[in-house]
Design a binder for this molecule. Sequence first.
Ligand SMILES: NC(=O)c1ccc[n+]([C@@H]2O[C@H](COP(=O)([O-])OP(=O)(O)OC[C@H]3O[C@@H](n4cnc5c(N)ncnc54)[C@H](O)[C@@H]3O)[C@@H](O)[C@H]2O)c1
Length: 258
Amino acid sequence: MFGSMGGRVAERLADKVCMVNGAASLIGRAVADRFAREGAVVVGVDKLAHSVGEQVVHADLTDESAVEAMYREVVRDHGRLDVIYNNVGLMDRGDRSVLEMSLQTWRNAQEANLTSIFLACKHGIPHLLATEPTGGSVINAASFLAAVGSATAPMAYAAAKAGVVQLSRDLGVHLARSGVRVNAVLFGPIETPQQREILQRDPSVLEKRLVHWPMGRFGTLDEAAGTIAFLASDDAGFITGAAIPLDGGITEAFTVPE
Ligand SMILES: NC(=O)c1ccc[n+]([C@@H]2O[C@H](COP(=O)([O-])OP(=O)(O)OC[C@H]3O[C@@H](n4cnc5c(N)ncnc54)[C@H](O)[C@@H]3O)[C@@H](O)[C@H]2O)c1
């Protein structure tokens, strides 16, 4: 079946060189796996030890000289770069209301969620522009929290993700005639152990939240990876500067308990 984990998929990324920045997480790995199954040469990057991708890179994506060197190496080794998926992100435990937050928590969130993507775009996109035929796709991980106001949001994280959305919008429009597309993805809750842990610290939390999730469930890794692969591929050739909701309808909904 097309699109299912382990099943047949279209080979939309045949011979394309695709970076997955922040590859060591479950979503990063699922996307890397999907890219590979669609025919891509995958380069996986993370600051943590990992073995994701045909080429495995260990780098701190907030370190400008490391990021610049990493892209140079990838293009030297593979001769081209076609896709950059910026999965990188961080949600700090101390991240809650601004009124209760330390400056360090704020700075950590901006660095890991926004500066990392700024650097990936600044040093990666020139290689997309230099690859023949000129073009490519950049997909930046944001969150549905960047599209709504929330009474309980981790506010540093949400502000950083809103920055990711605007950066993607600006770059998408700025580069629209170059063939390079830039989009953000507004992730809703995807089934990962971290998500479960956050939501199940207090058992009533998940129950309260589910009321506001129109589909009443987490998104799957397969659904997340399939959407990112679509945006990476030429099938999404007319989509740029967009913030694509991948959230089971959360940002479209007004829901009240029955
Ligand atoms: N999982 C969800 O339900 C959900 C919901 C909303 C948004 N998101 C966003 O989607 C993306 C993927 O989610 P996830 O659950 O896989 O996130 P995650 O936090 O588990 O993974 C992010 C990866 O980025 C890496 N990373 C962080 N800082 C780095 C740095 N400075 N240098 C190199 N690597 C670094 C981490 O090691 C990790 O492997 C994230 O950006 C997240 O904020 C996820």
